[in-house]
Design a binder for this molecule. Structure first.
Ligand SMILES: [Zn+2]
Length: 169
């Protein structure tokens, strides 16, 4: 089930952002203008799928990501108890947003839409980042972090797991 065409078009026409090569990883998403804290920067759009389909695709994307050494190239997002969003589509510019241990945005789900929201004032031409909130499991070593922030923990991990990481190393 595709999401509403309107959402997809809005994401394509988004005036807040542009894409260029990132110093963190691959391509990144940058601000085209100053953005105030609290702004809905861009929606994470894609295909709305069942949880079951979501975990199936997540596994496939993880495998491909490992084989091709694409760090954390998994695009399944939890929308609610019933549905996930698969954002692995070219029109979903938000899929290019990199993880950071010191992000300037976060994910918020508002009325069944996934938004990337500014959590601080962001100046023009800054890279947009959020914490991917990965679990601390046997796979964490496949997702090293090169965000370059002062507090970088070295891996893409939810902040809830940072203590565990420190304890285990
Ligand atoms: Zn980092």
């Amino acid at each position: 089930m595709e999401q509403k065409q309107e959402s997809i078009q809005q994401a394509k026409d988004n005036q807040f952002i542009y894409v260029k090569d990132s110093e963190i990883h691959g391509k990144g998403v940058y601000t085209a203008k100053d953005i105030a804290k609290g702004t809905k920067v861009i929606e994470y759009v894609g295909e709305k799928i069942s949880k079951e389909e979501g975990s199936k695709r997540e596994k496939i994307q993880e495998e491909i990501s490992k084989q091709n050494n694409l760090k954390g190239a998994v695009y399944i997002f939890e929308l609610n108890d019933k549905y996930d969003i698969d954002g692995n589509f070219e029109y979903n510019t938000a899929r290019l947003i990199n993880h950071s241990c010191d992000p300037n945005c976060e994910i918020e789900i508002i009325q069944d839409r996934i938004w990337i929201i500014a959590i601080k004032d962001i100046k023009t031409d800054e890279e947009i980042t959020f914490n991917y909130s990965f679990d601390f499991d046997e796979d964490y070593k496949y997702h090293p972090c090169k965000c370059g922030s002062k507090n970088c923990v070295g891996y893409i991990l939810d902040e809830d797991h940072w203590e565990k990481l420190k304890a285990s190393s």
